[in-house]
Design a protein around this ligand. Structure first.
Ligand code: IMP
Length: 444
């Protein structure tokens, strides 16, 4: 008798294709609403991410809880590739509870995920003060992301599973002693100030959060995901930050400390690459960046940049920092699409265009040389090549039908599509406002 093969599930991934803050949360929420996926999974990053999700008149700003938290039937996974900030996680879960969402029964955290300790944020700031000596701050989110990943790579860090061990206190105090030695060195050598009081307070808050974390479902998440896939269930992997902040392929060292590329979905969740199917790439109709490093497509006219910042409310959800605003950078976008394998594109914030004319960056120059490859050092870029297109003001706010958009936005989208026509991508949806239904479909 022929054996009946059970249908396996698959994994799709959503990643940002610029420098972060593309508005992925909204797209993830939309994708999850179709019933295709049973779960959403974070595979890298930590509480440095910030996503704003709106549902009806409810707004939730999350940092570490995956974006599907406002959809009651979706399981939420935090993978081994994530650095877990227990204080943020516990706080977000309490906020969700207040909004009427008790996510604990559907939240699963990998026992192999790395634990952010109470001294990592101090070390993050201390490292910035060291970098500042050379005038080269990265402008991190100060959430301890870099130090937590450094400890993991140096094989001295704590993993989430450790909090369940009887010798956790010993492990923690060994690591904390090591951290304190580093902090004292930063104080003596680089003038990094901290008080014993602050540290005591941070430790107390962290230990309280760990007590709560112990009550959550800490498990072998790789095993659970494989089980779900074998049950025929599909999973959406949620990228944090974006391709241009990838530790290997971004503008090093002005990057985050993890691989943000979808290639890391498999390692950050513990599944084989054979399950990966669609890669959804998210961009904004313009570009933003926070933190240090160069930003070739930055709008040179400060008044125009401010118009974009204000119209797009471009202030960090995690840090409140004003974001630098730039034109859409097709040279960087091509690089990001090729690296990520994105085949379906979301364009967000296409309603934001507070100027009569807009530019699109089409190439980078180093001296007289027009670059073919994306450069290792962005600070060597002397000029960008641009093309001008007419702007569209407020004309497209809330438009939900492709036929109703202004001719300027139509030309803009056609221009992008044409310039990237050699890549196998579909622009599936274009956002025209903050609400879940503020978008129209572009390619069929
Ligand atoms: P870290 O990830 O906090 O170490 O910060 C490293 C760099 O990544 C800094 O330039 C941050 O501003 C940037 N970054 C980190 N997370 C995000 C994010 O969610 N959106 C945008 N930029 C981010």
């Amino acid at each position: 008798m022929k054996k009946i093969q059970k249908k396996q599930g698959f994994i799709d991934a959503v990643v940002g294709l610029q420098w972060g803050d593309e508005g992925k949360g909204k797209n993830i929420d939309e994708l999850l609403s179709h019933g295709t996926y049973s779960a959403v999974a974070r595979f890298q990053g930590g509480a440095n991410a910030g996503h704003t999700i709106k549902s009806g008149n409810m707004t939730f700003i999350g940092h570490i809880v995956p974006s599907g938290c406002l959809q009651k039937n979706i399981e939420l996974y935090i993978g081994n590739g994530v650095v877990v900030d227990a204080i943020s996680l516990v706080k977000e879960i309490a906020e969700l509870k207040k909004l009427g969402f008790n996510v604990i029964p559907r939240l699963f955290i990998s026992n192999r995920a790395k634990l952010v300790s109470y001294l990592h944020p101090f070390l993050d700031q201390a490292e910035e003060s060291y970098r500042n000596k050379g005038g080269k701050k990265i402008g991190t989110t100060k959430r301890g992301i870099g130090p937590a990943y450094s400890d993991a790579r140096a094989r001295r860090g704590l993993v989430v599973g450790d909090i369940l061990l009887s010798n956790f206190d010993q492990k923690e105090s060994n690591l904390s002693e090591f951290h304190m030695n580093l902090l004292r060195m930063y104080k003596a050598r680089y003038g990094f100030e901290f008080s014993e009081e602050e540290i005591k307070e941070a430790r107390k808050k962290w230990l309280d959060a760990l007590k709560e974390l112990k009550k959550f479902q800490i498990c072998d998440l790789s095993f659970l995901i494989q089980k779900r896939l074998s049950e025929g269930k599909n999973i959406l992997a949620e990228g944090a930050q974006a391709v241009m902040l990838d530790i290997d392929f971004g503008d090093y060292p002005n990057v985050t400390s993890s691989n943000t590329l979808p290639a890391n979905v498999c390692l950050g969740l513990g599944v084989s690459h054979t399950y990966l199917r669609n890669i959804y790439g998210v961009i904004k109709a313009y570009t933003t960046k926070v933190g240090g490093g160069d930003f070739p497509s930055r709008i040179k006219d400060e008044a125009v940049e401010k118009l974009f910042r204000d119209a797009g409310n471009e202030f960090g959800a995690t840090t409140g920092r004003p974001r630098m605003c730039g034109w859409l950078d097709l040279f960087a976008l091509r690089y990001a699409i090729k690296l990520s394998g994105a085949n379906k594109i979301f364009i967000n914030k296409a309603d934001i265009c507070p100027s009569d004319k807009i530019k699109i960056v089409t190439g980078y120059k180093r001296g007289k040389k027009v670059l073919e490859e994306f450069p290792l050092y962005l600070n060597q870029i002397t000029e960008v090549e641009t093309e001008d297109l007419p702007g569209w003001g407020n004309a497209n706010y809330g438009v939900k039908d492709k036929k109703k958009i202004s001719k300027e936005l139509f030309s803009y989208l056609n221009y992008i599509k044409e310039k990237l026509s050699d890549l196998e991508i579909k622009i599936i949806s274009v956002g025209t406002g903050p609400d879940r239904n503020h978008f129209f479909n572009w390619d069929k």
